[in-house]
Design a protein around this ligand. Structure first.
Ligand SMILES: NC(=O)C1=CN([C@@H]2O[C@H](COP(=O)(O)OP(=O)(O)OC[C@H]3O[C@@H](n4cnc5c(N)ncnc54)[C@H](OP(=O)(O)O)[C@@H]3O)[C@@H](O)[C@H]2O)C=CC1
Ligand SMILES: Nc1c(N[C@@H]2O[C@H](COP(=O)(O)O)[C@@H](O)[C@H]2O)[nH]c(=O)[nH]c1=O
Ligand SMILES: [Zn+2]
Length: 368
């Protein structure tokens, strides 16, 4: 049977659901951020909206249904990801949609989670709803990428962020703080970026040189700070490092060798740092094991802030999905691409965005 058609109104409603899902990125791990809109197609009225709650529950659909009240009967629901069909901590959304009396469901993409994977749509069709798939699919795939790669590749979606001076180099931190190469606007943008990730990762040398906080210190966004991950075989990290001292407030995970100093481990644990043992392969902590540990903790989106040794390791392991480069001044694209290649080594990337930020420039590139 041919699939029912979508309309321009469907596209418009799905665009709203997608924007809502995007705003929730970084707040819903281990779940994807999903947006839902319930609308009356005959009047063109939006009856309710919902987005996955912080922490991943309740789901978008059940919240939208509750908010729509009695008018939900006979209406259409727009969802960025196939409604779930499995019994988790709450009942399946597909059943809630049927029970609420919705007549039509427009869904952007199917959920690759093997517990769902088409069964949510089947439940809706079996109950007599008209189901339309594929509206806004490309954008939904982009927004849901973290969930998709976590399920299908057992790793988080990974963005490498670099801040370089006008000649494409880093400035090494002085042991107390970073040396800023970009100005206020680009730095604020970089901090906002953190809010959309579940976790942020740095190497031990960055902790020693920069003593970073790695939080989202923008007005109203401190609670959106991601978990912080440090890679250090030997735990050669100053006991007074800000990341360690603040570990009871913001989750902080140390990836280290199984035989690292027991006393140092004890000290870190007493501050609230969570220790993960990672095998050593070729002198370094083995990135696939780190990916597995992150997947186990529910991480769907990872921001790799550095430094250069870490960037290069991720590139060599083909773990870079996206690069965000901030560079001082307004150099051309060719200068930016050369700088990325010098820092990361050869990576196949395609340019998706370039923006001027005050006196600096930002580029966004995706895995080609
Ligand atoms: N401009 C920018 O965007 C940024 C600049 N920086 C700057 O970069 C400098 C630090 O960079 P860099 O010296 O390259 O060091 P990194 O910060 O990249 O840390 C590298 C260290 O991490 C540990 N490590 C463990 N496993 C791995 C692995 N699989 N791959 C790579 N490293 C691993 C190793 O130390 P161990 O022996 O402990 O395991 C290694 O020496 C700082 O001075 C900082 O100021 C930092 C971040 C961003
Ligand atoms: N130097 C540099 C950046 N450096 C990054 O910021 C980290 C410090 O973060 P925080 O302690 O939270 O302020 C530092 O360790 C490194 O990852 N970022 C930028 O946008 N522009 C810059 O010029
Ligand atoms: Zn659900």
């Amino acid at each position: 049977m041919a699939e029912p058609k979508s309309s321009a109104f469907d596209e418009e409603m799905m665009a709203i659901a997608l924007r809502m899902a995007e705003r929730g990125l970084g707040a819903t791990m281990p779940n994807p951020s999903v947006g839902a809109v319930i609308a009356d197609e005959t009047t063109g009225e939006i009856l309710a909206r919902g987005v996955t709650a912080p922490g991943g529950r309740p789901h978008a659909e059940t919240q939208a249904i509750a908010a729509a009240g009695d008018r939900v009967r006979g209406a259409t629901i727009y969802v960025t990801l196939e409604p779930c069909s499995h019994h988790g901590r709450t009942g399946p959304c597909a059943e809630a949609i049927v029970a609420a009396g919705l007549k039509r469901a427009v869904v952007a993409i199917e959920d690759p989670d093997p517990r769902v994977s088409g069964r949510g749509l089947d439940k809706l069709r079996d109950a007599g709803l008209e189901v339309v798939r594929g509206v806004g699919a490309a954008e939904a795939r982009r927004i849901t990428r973290g969930h998709i790669v976590r399920i299908t590749e057992r790793r988080p979606f990974t963005t490498v962020k670099l801040a370089l001076d006008g000649s494409g180099e880093i400035a090494r931190g002085n042991g107390v703080s970073p040396i800023w190469v970009t100005a206020e606007m680009a730095r604020a943008h970089g901090m906002l970026l953190r809010a959309h990730y579940d976790a942020i990762l740095v190497g031990s040398a960055t902790v020693r040189d920069d003593d970073p906080e790695l939080t989202c210190r923008l007005p109203g966004l401190i609670d959106r700070s991601p978990a912080r991950i440090i890679l250090s075989r030997s735990l050669d990290i100053p006991a007074g490092a800000k990341l360690v001292r603040s570990a009871s407030g913001v989750p902080t995970w140390m990836m280290t060798a199984p035989d690292s100093d027991p006393q140092k481990r004890e000290q870190l644990t007493s501050h609230g740092v969570e220790i993960h043992d990672i095998p050593i392969v070729g002198q370094s902590l083995w990135l696939p094991a780190i990916m597995e540990a992150l997947v186990g903790r529910g991480v769907t989106r990872l921001l790799v802030e550095g430094g250069p040794r870490i960037w290069r390791s991720f590139a060599e392991a083909s773990l870079v999905d996206e690069v965000i480069l901030y560079m001082a001044g307004m150099p051309g694209d060719d200068v930016a691409m050369d700088a990325i290649e010098r820092q990361l080594g050869p990576v196949a990337l395609s340019l998706v965005d370039r923006r001027t930020m005050g006196g600096d420039t930002m580029w966004r590139l995706h895995r080609a």
